[in-house]
Write a protein that binds this ligand. Sequence first.
Ligand SMILES: [Mn+2]
Length: 429
Amino acid sequence: MNGGFTFVHAADLHLDSQFKGFEQAVSTGGRVPEEVLRRLRNCTFEAFDNIVDLCIRRKVDFLLLAGDIYDVADKSLRAQLRFRDGLVRLAEAGIPAFVVHGNHDHCSGWRADLKFPGTVHVFSDQEVESRPVLRSGREIARVYGISYPGPAVSEDYSTRFKRSGAPFAIALLHCNVGCMEGYENYAPCRLSDLIIKDFDYWALGHVHSRAILNPAGPCVAYPGCSQGRHPRETGEKGCYWVNVTDNRSVSLEFVPTATVRWETVRMSIENIANDLELLEKLEKGLLDLQEISGGQPVVARVILTGRGTLHRNLIRASYTENLIQELRSRLPVEDGNFVWLGSTRIVTADEVDKAELAGDDTLLGDLLSLAKKARDDQNLRTTLRRTLANLIEHPRIGRYLAPPSENELNELLEIAGNLAVDLLWEGDE
Ligand SMILES: [Mn+2]
């Protein structure tokens, strides 16, 4: 090796995502402010610009992009131009970029006739190619990669990767490791198979939440998407800055790149007494997101859960619509610092009378009446404590637990009763 080096590993840029579903979903509850739409239209580009800025600022040796650069195979001209702009900036700073395409931007789609700088290598969709990374004429690493020829790849591409005497071997691949749920099972492979192959770093893409699947020997990592694009892609999104020391030890630093955050406020209606309290609690929950996001603009989703009297109101469409509009009018929509309530999910249920259910001749009824009896019956309480002892005296778990006080035991009975109702009660409708 010729000293250490650094690189940036990013994936799933999904440039020029259209947020069509979002625009439709919110349009039912009123107009979306122009500022919100403008930020959404630009955020995938801004995240990529932030990746490029990071590479230049930290003077990294190269950039890896592990697929789904574009959101759709028939990529927009705008997306291709903005991508090229970033690559040109990198080239001017002398930083090479290595790119594979994934299922969203596979190679059968349309592309404009744009010339990329000579410092960019886009890997073939036919075979695994390799390219050396040179510094002062000497090879410091070699990048291996393959792009997707079409929208779905069922072959395990990892078996095609063969190391060929590189000082530090990097595999750049868009794939699903271990049948990860929520993602198409493309280029499926197993972590154990990646680990035994003779590579130093698996630079993966496809899974949108970041994960270091194996920290070292080899490092196997998904940086996640660089910008969240829907309500389930919450929290910080970004890329990895990777430092490789002279003796090939690898360390990763996550660097946020997203410019709009997606966040969720989840609230139970169980102890909310009336409409005004619901409104105020939600308003506070939404405003708190500003702090969580560090002042970044937020698109929020509200999820209401639990059983309570407010359920009767929440199932009225006009009530929920008014609630959304009222909340929106209370939230800031200033330049670059908004909290926009994008959508709501109501999964509440009617309040139930547990005492009444306890009289039923059902499994749930028996369970509830037993829980009620255990509040006074010393024999039952002793049996309960004996059952809990399995946990409390467990050599590992026991370290974190203390025997419950009498009050705590009653609380546990209450929680268990509620849980049983949630899981077993089928309602009377
Ligand atoms: Mn993707």
